[in-house]
Design a protein around this ligand. Structure first.
Ligand code: KG4
Ligand code: ZN
Length: 314
């Protein structure tokens, strides 16, 4: 990726280009057609305004032209439903940790549809921290999956990072201090040459990157990953205990993280639920899943539906 991240303007243009063929292909693959649909679910927020606008405008037009009811879904509720979709046996109250490139949020889920925000990041989201650390070390975007795959090659106890201490709500997260600590370490160890070599690679494989990443940098990555996981799980466990949660739902792109899944399995006494990998990152199935209870309640959106970049779930 040339830009090392999502460029809002390019993202909305890409949405506009893709939306018609993608919807058509989805209908074909599901062997269905518009006349068989009970409703059209669309993400109303939170997110980038340009991309949301494309989705909402298209869904409204389809709903109007085909006379199919419209359902507005919160993107974050979608991530929670990606887990409920595959695990209908989950018992409540549950604690949900939504952890992606845009969110690091803890919710109490009293039952599906009833949410209370317990804590969130005050600066970077966990996925964003992975991507920024990856960028400063010369890894391609998105760096989260790469760091996850490289971390087992390093010693996770080699670099000591100070853990974030939160004033006020102890369930809030902060990752910017960790990102700065990685930057300092990089400056102290002069990684200029290896960073330049990694940056010069075009579409590198994991093996290419592994060859150009010395043991000390692998230790740094492993230690960074260990710290992020510890920060996430610590607050998830505290809040799960506070609300008497029977289940812990982890979802969003960072829920793909193998280290996080492994550490979660060691948390005895709490039942952790992760989505399949393809439902962890952004997908449309989770939006349909979140819309289903609204369809049953006939909770439809009107023609005046507008995208809300800062939409909150509560
Ligand atoms: O949920 P998602 O697809 O999009 C957002 O709503 O942000 O999450 C994408 C984020 C990126 O920051 C990416 O680096 C991160 O999830 N990610 C991971 C892993 N796979 C994806 N982070 C850590 N470990 C992974 N295995
Ligand atoms: Zn997402």
């Amino acid at each position: 990726m040339k830009y090392g991240g999502v460029v809002p303007e390019l993202a909305s243009r890409e949405h506009l280009r893709a939306i018609v063929p993608v919807v058509r292909q989805a209908l074909e693959q599901a062997e269905t057609c518009y006349s068989q649909l009970s409703a059209i679910a669309v993400t109303a927020g939170p997110g980038l305004i340009g991309s949301l606008l494309v989705g909402v405008t298209y869904a409204k037009a389809l709903s109007f032209a085909r006379r199919i009811p419209l359902i507005a879904v919160n993107h974050v509720e979608g991530h929670i439903h990606s887990v409920l979709l595959e695990n209908p046996d989950i018992t409540f109250p549950a604690l949900a940790l939504v952890v992606s490139g845009g969110h690091t949020h803890l919710f109490e889920v009293r039952e599906p549809g009833e949410y209370r925000l317990l804590g969130k990041t005050r600066d970077d989201a966990a996925g964003e921290a992975y991507d920024k650390v990856g960028k400063l070390l010369g890894f391609p975007y998105p760096a989260g999956p790469l760091i996850d795959k490289l971390a087992p090659y390093g010693n996770a106890r080699a670099v000591k990072f100070t853990r974030a201490k939160m004033k006020g709500n102890e369930l809030d997260f902060s990752f910017s201090g960790l990102k700065t600590a990685v930057l300092r370490w990089t400056e102290q160890h002069d990684l200029t040459a290896e960073i330049a070599r990694r940056k010069a690679l075009k579409n590198p494989t994991l093996n290419d990157l592994l060859e150009l990443t010395p043991p000390a940098t692998l230790d740094l990555l492993a230690s960074f990953q260990r710290t992020v996981i510890a920060e996430l799980l610590k607050r998830a466990v505290i809040s799960a205990e506070q609300i008497g949660a029977e289940s812990v739902i982890v979802s969003g792109g960072v829920a793909c993280n193998a280290g996080l899944r492994e550490e979660a399995r060691k948390q005895y006494g709490l039942r952790f639920y992760f989505p399949s990998l393809h439902l962890s990152t952004d997908n449309a199935a989770m939006i349909a899943a979140a819309a289903f209870p609204k369809l049953e309640r006939k909770e439809f959106a009107g023609a005046d539906l507008k995208p809300h970049p800062g939409l909150v779930l509560a």
